[in-house]
Design a protein around this ligand. Structure first.
Ligand SMILES: [Zn+2]
Length: 337
């Protein structure tokens, strides 16, 4: 089946009461890892690419690898999503290339660092909604700013500096018409999210629940939601890595989010860590090896295991067969009316 709109997968997830992991990719092995996990668990798939990933893969390599995924796994519904678009132009170039979903992150200015005004955010997001919906492409917006920096994008800080205000979230959705909304509840991008296991003081699940109660029809998105498990940290450090102790978002908090309107969960760091640990292990245990497949295959297997575990935990496992693909063109008609 061709790439499908994210709106369709999130609507299905809302109906079924589950969440869908959105995994970041830069190369073939990461796409293969996600697709192998998805076929083993029969999961719908969201693959996302940051601006950095698009430039790393020169856009066309990424796009054609995704087309290969649809050819090899025709029974699985797959979304290709632009993560953290910094401008209308970035989102437009993604839509022109064939992405079926885009994030316009107008919570930051075009530099991807400076927090913007509410008015600016509404203006650029509204513009993207108009051009995306005309083609049946889904739009995710962001209100409030996440902490940390990833791929050069982010406000920095600890995630508590620019939390989402529920009143603003309601107004933002009303004025922009976004399909999905990323909210800031204390999470950060990157490996160093929390300096101890998060509590209600540092991870504001109460705010998430308030926003869901006020916006029951809007799909909520949790960014910076890697769990940063200790065993993955340990493998990296055991084989010569130097990660400082860190805590991510516990899977049970994400599951609480899913009970309260979270339909998309962004995971990148956990997969990066799984890959790095597997490669370090080969280099340490078999330093005579020099065929890239000798370490890229274990790396791919390690990422597949993480993706599989998340797909099961988020509830998307077993759902792929229930989804009958609707084309973006049909979505475009539905948005019009
Ligand atoms: Zn993010």
């Amino acid at each position: 089946m061709p790439l499908v709109s994210m709106r369709q997968l999130l609507d299905e997830a809302a109906k079924g009461g589950y969440g869908v992991g959105a995994f970041n990719v830069n190369n073939m092995e990461q796409i293969q890892a996600i697709m192998e996990a998805a076929t083993e668990t029969q999961s719908p798939v969201i693959v996302q690419a940051s601006r950095g990933a698009r430039s790393y893969s020169q856009d066309r390599f990424l796009y054609h690898l995704m087309i290969a995924a649809t050819e090899i796994y025709p029974e699985l519904p797959i979304v290709l999503h632009q993560d953290h678009g910094n401008s209308v132009a970035t989102c437009k170039s993604a839509i022109d290339m064939g992405f079926t979903s885009v994030m316009m992150d107008g919570s930051l200015m075009e530099d991807g660092k400076t927090p913007s005004s509410f008015e600016y955010n509404v203006k650029v997001t509204r513009e993207v909604v108009e051009l995306a919906h005309a083609k049946g492409v889904t739009v995710e917006g962001e209100i409030g700013c996440l902490g940390g920096i990833e791929d050069g994008h982010g406000a920095g800080g600890d995630g508590l500096e620019h939390l989402t205000d529920p009143d603003q979230a309601v107004e933002f959705v009303k004025q922009t018409g976004v399909d999905a909304l990323a909210i800031a509840i204390g999470t950060s991008h990157g490996a160093y999210k929390f300096s101890s296991k998060p509590t209600g003081e540092t991870l504001k699940m109460e705010t998430l629940i308030q926003i869901h109660n006020r916006l029951p029809g809007t799909h909520l998105v949790m960014h910076g939601s890697s769990s940063v498990p200790k065993d993955l940290q340990d493998i990296i450090n055991q084989y010569g890595g130097k990660l400082k102790p860190t805590w991510g978002v516990p899977v049970e908090e994400i599951q609480l989010g899913i009970k309260n309107g979270v339909r998309k969960i962004n995971v990148d760091t956990d997969n990066r860590m799984a890959i790095t640990g597997a490669i370090r292990k080969v280099f340490a245990e078999a330093p005579e090896k020099f065929d890239p497949r000798d370490y890229l295959k274990p790396a791919r297997d390690a990422m597949r295991a993480v993706c599989k575990a998340r797909m099961v935990a988020f509830g998307q496992a077993g759902q792929a067969g229930k989804i009958k693909p609707v084309s973006c063109r049909e979505y475009a008609r539905a948005y019009q009316s």
